[in-house]
Design a binder for this molecule. Structure first.
Ligand code: ADP
Length: 159
């Protein structure tokens, strides 16, 4: 069974990676899809985000990386995916995610949203938090894969 895991991944964090690793044991194929959101000004462009994810999942043979500009349900249909994977951290995620799952159900009846609960150590972690810490030159090495920490360091510290 194919599952897609859409998100901004700006940048990928250890929390995202943990979800991908666990899901890769549950589904035949995981496609991590970098969504292009016109309302958000990203730190990294889509190509860079895909490269960061690819390097993070190189030891997971059933994980692919792609990007898409459009509705997630359209992408799922195109790739014949039956599962839309999302991660849940806190109650505020749940409200937003449930609304999204219900909306997607009205658009694609056969696509099931599956939620994986965050691992306890990553419950607080988000890409925005990482960027906020890095902006003030705090250490993020424990929050993102090493190559991503280097990219962030280049953006914020070496400018
Ligand atoms: P989006 O802008 O689509 O929410 P994100 O990159 O912020 O994109 O998140 C993509 C998915 O990963 C979402 O389902 C989000 O809840 C989940 N996620 C993000 N951080 C974590 C984490 N630390 N633990 C578990 N799930 C997470």
């Amino acid at each position: 069974m194919i599952a897609i895991y859409p998100g901004s991944f700006d940048p990928i964090t250890c929390g995202h990676l943990d979800i991908i690793q666990r899901a890769s044991r549950l589904f035949d194929t995981i496609i991590v899809v970098v969504s292009l959101n016109p309302n958000k000004q990203p730190l990294f462009n889509a190509e860079k985000r895909m490269a960061q994810i690819r390097e993070s999942v190189q030891d997971l043979p059933n994980v692919e990386v792609d990007c898409f500009n459009g509705l997630t349900v359209t992408y799922a249909r195109m790739r014949k995916a039956k599962v839309l994977l999302r991660g849940l951290r806190v109650l505020s995620d749940f409200e937003k995610e449930l609304q999204m799952a219900h909306t997607n159900k009205t658009l694609a009846e056969d696509l099931e949203t599956v939620f994986l609960a965050t691992s306890t150590e990553y419950g607080f972690l988000s890409s925005s938090l990482v960027k906020e810490i890095a902006q003030f030159e705090g250490a993020v090495d424990h929050l993102v894969p090493p190559h991503v920490a280097r990219d962030i360091y280049q953006c914020y510290v070496q400018t």
